[in-house]
Write a protein that binds this ligand. Structure first.
Ligand code: MF3
Ligand code: CO
Ligand code: CO
Length: 319
């Protein structure tokens, strides 16, 4: 009888993989609030807008970005063991509509359309986790991704938060992912190429021994939620588009401890790593400037590390 090689896992599968919970019915948005096209029809309208935005769009995107930032910061205060992602979604939905905005993910086009106001992606969930009845557990990491549609434009922002006492590798993953996002923002300036962003991100991730997800990428944003240009978070030799002053897009790297390959749940949205090892994400919406970048998903009083005039670069203090 032939000797069979014993299969050995190269990683520890999670003791408690994330499982789908109960999702409550879609919440309503007051009728006075301006909606994006897909919210009205359930199907995408035509992608409008040029990659380079006029000053009035940029001014409105600053406001939308600041609101997205406020909601993420508020969610961060709420994160604790026992808190459900449903609770986070309700809070974000209510805060968004109180500020006169529409929660962009709500009814966003897909199969099926997205049912909630925000995405909450726990542990091995790469992105697009749907808020549900699952309570956060001590040791989890959770990304809260908030997009708001305010005054006709979107602002898209996310952070990964630690829940209680988190293991060393996961804490390093979260730190490296934040650094990778800022390194990507640091590569933005008029005249640079789109693939300079991915190169900078990949460099930080791989020096730390981590992987970069390729299946989900950053995107142009403005009056349309997802538009040109596409922003890969790895070095793509074909991504040679030259950045121009006034372009607005997201940088939102998803970094993995193990395999960067994604598999999807039956809900049509939740993407996890194939090996169920952990993954983290951070996201900012940025504006290309001559000689740097402005982070649009920012409170007015927060540091802007990559303005042409900024001296300090890297991860801003306190973030
Ligand atoms: N905010 C996500 C992004 O960064 C998109 C979420 S779309 C949704 O692009 F429908 F999944 F919510
Ligand atoms: Co985005
Ligand atoms: Co987002």
């Amino acid at each position: 009888m032939a000797k069979r090689k014993k299969r050995r896992l190269r990683f520890e599968p999670p003791a408690r993989p994330v499982r789908p919970g109960l999702v409550t019915p879609m919440r309503q948005v007051p009728s006075g609030i301006k909606r994006p096209d897909y919210a009205l029809t359930g199907t995408p309208g035509k992608t409008i807008g040029e990659p380079v935005k006029p000053p009035d769009v940029i001014a409105r995107m600053r406001e939308a970005g600041t609101l997205a930032r406020k909601v993420v910061l508020r969610l961060g205060e709420e994160i604790a063991p026992g808190v459900t992602t449903e609770h986070l979604d309700k809070l974000a939905h209510e805060m968004t509509v109180e500020h006169g905005a529409y929660p962009s993910p709500l009814n966003y086009t897909g199969h099926p359309n997205y049912p909630k106001a925000i995405c909450t992606s726990i542990n091995e969930v790469i992105c697009h986790g749907i808020p549900d009845s699952r309570p956060l557990e001590d040791g989890d990491i959770v990304n809260c991704d908030v997009t708001v549609y305010l005054d006709g434009v979107h602002g898209d922002h996310s952070e990964t938060f630690l829940v209680g006492d988190v293991d060393e590798t996961s804490r390093r993953l979260v730190d490296v992912t934040r650094q990778a996002m800022y390194a990507g923002i640091g590569a933005v300036r008029a005249g640079a190429k789109v693939n300079d962003i991915g190169r900078a991100i990949q460099d930080v991730a791989e020096k730390a021994g981590f992987g970069v997800v390729r299946d989900f990428i950053g995107h142009g944003i403005g009056e349309t939620f997802h538009m040109a240009p596409s922003i890969p978070h790895y070095y793509d030799p074909r991504a040679t588009t030259v950045l121009e002053e006034g372009m607005t897009f997201t940088i939102e790297p998803m970094i993995t401890v193990g395999s960067p390959r994604a598999v999807m749940w039956d809900d049509g949205w939740t993407a996890t790593t194939e090996d169920l090892q952990r993954t983290a994400q951070f996201e900012h919406t940025v504006l290309v400037l001559d000689g740097g970048a402005e982070i649009l998903t920012r409170l007015p009083e927060e540091e802007q590390p990559y303005l042409p005039s900024s001296e300090s670069t890297g991860v801003p203090a306190g973030s």
